[in-house]
Ligand binder design. Structure first.
Ligand code: BV8
Length: 235
């Protein structure tokens, strides 16, 4: 806690685990999204090219669930922590927009979000409401296809967001790693590969590949542990 209290620069890296208590499934845990679906079919350019209707059906379902969900105490705790630290960056792998709805401002959506669809050819964009993209409107007038505005496997992360995330990791005094299995790169590298002197704390229900290498592990749900940390800082 002392390191966090003294921190001038904080980076928080989050994954789907922080949204679990908002009722959204994770990817790799029990009941995870990847348990019922093949990643290659749904979260890759090849899968989209092969069956865009299947991919949009899946993302439309997820988008509807995102819009029904609400930010939880973990999301709000990080939004409050941002007000306590002048140099705070939140890099999320999540596409559910819950950090944005919780009020986080310096937010980097490393894997994109589901607020818009964009054309794979001309980059035309259209906002998505809770019903998602109508399955008969995938083909774009330019001849391209409307796709979710997210990063699939084998695709580069948004350049600006990634550069900001790397810089934040490099200057951070404290890095909070919350609710991620830390197996997807390059995002997972932010936790331990950019700054040997940063104090890294992991909040997760389970052990991950980075647990042995961090400075502090809080084994518990983010919606409980993050408010505890932030309340202690505010008192
Ligand atoms: C890239 C899309 C290079 C959005 C996602 C071969 C070819 C190309 C690349 C690769 C390759 N082999 C490896 C790679 C790299 C690849 C990768 O890392 N693969 C892994 C699987 C080995 N990465 C990429 O492809 C990336 N791009 O490398 O491009 C490049 C460069 C230049 C030019 C061209 C190419 C792109 C990665 C992004 C992929 N998109 N999703 C969507 O559909 O949502 S990844 C997907 O995994 C999600 O984004 C998700 O966020 C991410 C990470 O998962 P987590 O969020 O961590 O979720 P998970 O379920 O795994 O874990 C949840 C954790 O929470 C668990 O630990 C659990 O215990 C915990 N938990 C649960 N409940 C709670 C909790 N913790 C706290 N409280 C709770 N209540």
């Amino acid at each position: 806690m002392t390191r966090l209290r003294r921190a001038r620069c904080i980076l928080a890296l989050t994954g789907s685990g922080i949204s679990a208590e908002s009722g959204l499934p994770t990817f790799r845990g029990t009941g995870g999204l990847w348990h019922d679906h093949r990643v290659e079919e749904l979260a890759s350019p090849a899968g989209f090219a092969r069956d865009p209707v299947l991919v949009w059906s899946w993302y439309n379902q997820r988008l509807a669930a995102h819009r029904r969900a609400s930010p939880n105490a973990g999301h709000y705790a990080l939004a409050h922590l941002e007000t306590l630290c002048a140099d705070f960056t939140l890099a999320t792998q999540n596409v559910d927009s819950l950090h944005k709805r919780a009020g986080s401002r310096n937010l980097l959506e490393l894997h994109g979000n589901l607020r818009e669809a964009r054309c794979s050819s001309c980059d035309a964009r259209r906002p998505l409401d809770a019903s998602g993209l109508p399955l008969d409107e995938i083909e774009h007038e330019c001849g391209g296809r409307m796709r979710p505005d997210i990063v699939w496997f084998g695709e580069p992360l948004p350049r600006g967001a990634w550069l900001q995330a790397e810089r934040a990791a490099s200057r951070a005094d404290v890095i909070l790693v919350v609710g991620t299995s830390a197996v997807v790169y390059p995002a997972a590298a932010l936790a331990t590969r950019y700054n040997a002197s940063a104090y890294v704390a992991e909040i997760n229900l389970e052990e991950t590949p980075i647990s042995a290498g961090v400075d502090f592990v809080l084994r518990g749900p983010a919606a409980r542990e993050l408010p505890r940390i932030v309340n202690a800082l505010s008192s």
